[in-house]
Design a protein around this ligand. Structure first.
Ligand code: ASP
Length: 315
């Protein structure tokens, strides 16, 4: 694998290989000295044209834990504000000979373009409403840690599916891992033809009891060009996930950032059924595994379907 742009490019066995390796990295985070030399001498550029808390910090931690050199580039405060294009910026930064570029932009397809313009490996950390493959990987990792396997699970993805890159990547990832995926939201927030990704569609929470896992999405105002719901209050009245609507047996997930009181009520965010904190923690080890896969792991390990891949040589 040269780049990670879309969940489309990964088979189940690829997902399992990456996540087994992530698991082998989990032990590093428990050490007093959280650093291994696996990517010593490699250069990673984090190129972020959109706001990010979790994704950017976890890619940085992942690269540093593997001893890579990291440059963090945010469009604000850079020459992008003076009108420099993405292509010119990538070509400029390529003069530093990066081995890998992590890129987030508001534009669909931008990560793919960066992969064409640069000789570095490229990881898509979110391209507009298109895809966010490392989010999907860390969500599968989190579910495997909690429930062992996704085979046969019913997973409901609830909310603004239309503008969510997480939804697209996660529907593909969850179904490749054997889950049955249902998306749920008002018709204005469910893209036409979404079933082609391998999911069912519901417009009410009436059958939510069927779900083993409920994955809530934020209303992505930054990508909305019009008004998609009458008001947030009305949206919350019909779709908010709260203590009345969720049963304690159901696992609750959210990619963050959460809009408290809109898609989730405060009580369920803090409840033991919520895996939101575990998702954030998984971000580091899963992104370590992705960096390792692209930069060092090409010849390491053979694809497997179940038993864990042996831990890579860490020290
Ligand atoms: N953090 C996720 C993303 O970047 C989800 C969100 O913003 O709601 O797509």
């Amino acid at each position: 694998m040269r780049h990670l742009i879309s969940m489309e490019q990964l088979e189940r066995r690829d997902i399992e290989r990456i996540l087994d390796r992530a698991r082998s990295f989990a032990e590093v985070s428990e050490r007093e000295i959280k650093k291994v030399p696996a990517l010593r001498g490699r250069r990673v550029i984090n190129l972020f044209y959109e706001a990010s808390t979790r994704t950017r910090s976890s890619f940085e931690l992942a690269a540093k834990t593997l001893s890579a050199e990291v440059i963090n580039f945010a469009s604000s405060g850079s020459s992008v504000e003076k009108g420099e294009s993405l292509k010119d910026t990538v070509q400029t930064l390529s003069a530093y000979r990066p081995d890998l570029i992590v890129v987030r932009t508001p534009n669909v397809g931008a990560a793919d373009l960066v992969a064409r313009w640069s000789t570095a490996a490229v990881v898509n950390a979110g391209d507009g409403k298109h895809e966010h493959p490392t989010q999907a990987l860390l969500d599968v990792y989190t579910l495997r840690e909690r429930l062992r396997s996704l085979d046969g699970l019913s997973i409901w993805v609830v909310g603004d599916v239309m503008h969510s890159r997480v939804a697209r990547s996660n529907i593909m990832a969850f179904s490749k891992m054997g889950a049955r995926v249902t998306v749920c939201g008002p018709p204005t927030l469910i893209p036409r033809g979404v079933e082609a990704l391998g999911c069912a569609v519901e417009h009410t929470l009436d059958r939510l009891a069927d779900a083993d896992v409920v994955y809530a999405l934020r209303m992505q105002h930054e990508r909305m060009t019009g008004s998609f719901v009458p008001s947030l209050r009305e949206y919350a009245a019909c779709y908010q996930l709260n203590g009345q609507r969720l049963s304690p047996r159901q696992v609750l997930m959210h990619p963050g950032p959460v809009n408290r009181g809109v898609e989730l009520s405060a009580d369920v965010i803090e409840s033991p059924q919520a895996l939101i904190g575990q998702q954030v923690a998984a971000g580091v080890v899963v992104r370590m595994a992705v960096l390792y896969e692209l930069l060092a792991g090409r010849d390491v390990g053979t694809p497997r379907t179940s038993s864990p891949t042996p831990a890579p040589q860490l020290a």
